[in-house]
Design a protein around this ligand. Structure first.
Ligand SMILES: [Zn+2]
Length: 271
């Protein structure tokens, strides 16, 4: 459960529940990044998990990464579920094991957003085309491994036809590890505009309004008090790879052909 209490939520944003699964290899986070040699035994559990989803009428989104799409048994299993319309197949990108390989293997380069734009594009294109060839449908949902997306990656996604991204984890800052800072990101679906992946101005406005609502309820003055206040320190952060609670956004990357990227998802336990 998220440890924060949103102070305000735009009235036009309905509450939604989305199940997304990072469908990926074993052996992550042992301090080693490799190109190949991964196993994906855990995908055997999808059958059992899918039965649970079927029973409760949930259509999960399996965000599959390179080792999974390169494993025939996993693809056959997922294709059967997808062909029945019981799931959505999206894309999940771990740069270190997602062709093409041009970058050095290290912690910093494990974040897609730290790679040159041309390499970001090449990796996203490889995964997108591979999924399309295997499943007969172009993926439209995306999550970057380690949440490593930036505005350049978002624009590439939009240009390639993606509609939904779930890489942003509000209240989270991965800078100490070389990753992105999402401290100021809204916790509701939003559009990406004006060269920023997050929308800190929206978050600050919501916090101001939320604070105003609470003061108004108490009969206290509401004007001007928290105008311009910073988000930091007002909202507890979630853990590094922990549940992000409701995470959703939509975007309209600048100059992109497709006008909107929307994003919605729930926090994965492991990423
Ligand atoms: Zn992952």
């Amino acid at each position: 459960m998220p440890s924060y209490q949103p102070t305000s939520r735009p009235a036009d944003q309905p509450t939604s529940f989305v199940v997304t699964v990072d469908t990926e290899e074993e052996g992550l986070w042992n301090g080693e990044f490799r190109r190949t040699g991964y196993t994906v035994e855990n995908t055997r559990g999808i059958e059992r998990f899918q039965k649970l989803c079927d029973r409760y009428g949930v259509r999960p989104t399996y965000l599959v990464d390179a080792p999974v799409v390169q494993d025939e048994r996993s693809v056959v299993l997922l294709r059967e579920i997808n062909d029945d319309g019981r799931c959505e197949i999206g894309a999940h990108l771990h740069p270190w094991c997602n062709p093409p390989f041009e970058e050095e293997l290290n912690e910093r380069n494990s974040y897609l957003c730290n790679l040159p734009k041309s390499l970001q594009r090449a990796k996203i294109e490889w995964l997108t085309q591979t999924i399309e060839e295997l499943f007969g449908q172009r993926p439209t949902s995306f999550r970057a491994g380690r949440y490593g997306l930036d505005i350049r990656g978002a624009r590439i996604l939009a240009e390639l036809g993606y509609l939904v991204d779930s890489s942003v984890i509000p209240f989270s800052d991965f800078r100490a590890d070389g990753g992105p800072d999402f401290s100021d990101a809204p916790w509701w679906p939003y559009s990406v505009r004006d060269g920023s992946l997050t929308r800190p101005e929206e978050t600050r406005r919501a916090l101001r309004e939320g604070s105003g609502e609470r003061r108004a309820e108490r009969g206290e003055p509401t004007r001007g008090e928290s105008r311009g206040s910073r988000v930091e320190g007002q909202v507890p952060a979630t853990s590094h790879h922990g549940s992000g609670g409701q995470r959703a956004e939509s975007g309209e990357p600048e100059g992109a052909k497709r006008e909107s990227i929307s994003r919605t998802g729930t926090g994965p336990a492991v990423h």
